[in-house]
Ligand binder design. Structure first.
Ligand code: PLP
Length: 231
């Protein structure tokens, strides 16, 4: 079932890409595994997925700390933190995650940098941007991103790879389009300034209910949970 879901998702991505003359190869699929069992994760891995996202550090540590308990020879998989990172979890997060997508303040970036320095790691991150007015959403304001990116680009143990945003929950995916467009705009602005360089290439936006619109608006990374595990 999971395998069929992934095939269907890839077909839908390919269709959206075709509209825009984009190559599906530009789009990375992150399987969001929060609340999913080891068996489900393993099934997704067996179809060749390499990127997995969790939104709680503790749950991720339990499930992925022993990567060998999931499957052998998994050094190629990448783990993404997509949920809020609290300062008391920074140490564990830096140890475990390949890409921390939820850096939403300068203070948090500083804490991650400090921790990464301690273990001699160059930590890949995305800056989370609050593109929606909903009070519950975290992230930098769009107008804060450039200054934050400039500052963080001076941190030795952090590599800023791009931006992430969560669109609000809407009835119709079309209603998410302006938020994706806004994030792409900020992304282009940062790129235009050239403060970070070509490593700044990831635009993480689009979930189960809105990923096709996200692809149309330039997403290079989709975070999908239900589309993969529930179909
Ligand atoms: C849960 C979650 C997702 C995946 O959501 P689906 O709607 O199941 O695809 C993506 N991004 C974040 C930040 C999440 O918390």
């Amino acid at each position: 079932m999971i395998k069929d879901n992934i095939i269907k998702v890839r077909e839908r991505i390919a269709l959206s890409c075709a509209k825009l003359k984009r190559s599906p190869a530009e789009i990375r699929l992150v399987a969001v595994t929060k609340n999913r069992s080891i068996e489900e994760i393993r099934e997704a891995m067996d179809t060749g997925l390499l990127d997995f996202g969790e939104n709680r550090v503790k749950e991720a540590v339990t499930k992925f700390n022993q990567r060998s308990t999931i499957s052998s020879g998994l050094t190629a998989i990448k783990l993404h933190l997509i949920g809020r990172l609290q300062s008391n979890k920074v140490k564990e997060a830096v140890k475990l995650f390949d890409l921390i997508q939820s850096i939403d303040s300068l203070n948090l970036a500083e804490a991650v940098n400090k921790q990464a320095a301690k273990i001699n790691k160059l930590q890949d991150i995305l800056l989370e941007v609050k593109v929606s007015p909903e009070p519950a959403k975290f992230g930098l304001k769009p107008e804060e991103v450039i200054a934050a990116a400039e500052k963080i680009s001076g941190f030795k143990n952090i590599k800023i790879k791009g931006l992430m945003a969560i669109a609000p929950i809407v009835e119709n995916p079309e209603q998410a389009r302006p938020y994706f467009r806004r994030l792409k705009q900020v992304f282009d602005q940062v790129n235009g300034l050239g403060v970070i360089g070509e490593q700044f290439s990831i635009l993480s936006m689009g979930m189960t209910d809105d990923f096709e619109v996200a692809v149309e608006e330039g997403a290079t990374m989709l975070r999908l949970g239900r589309a993969i595990f529930e179909g």
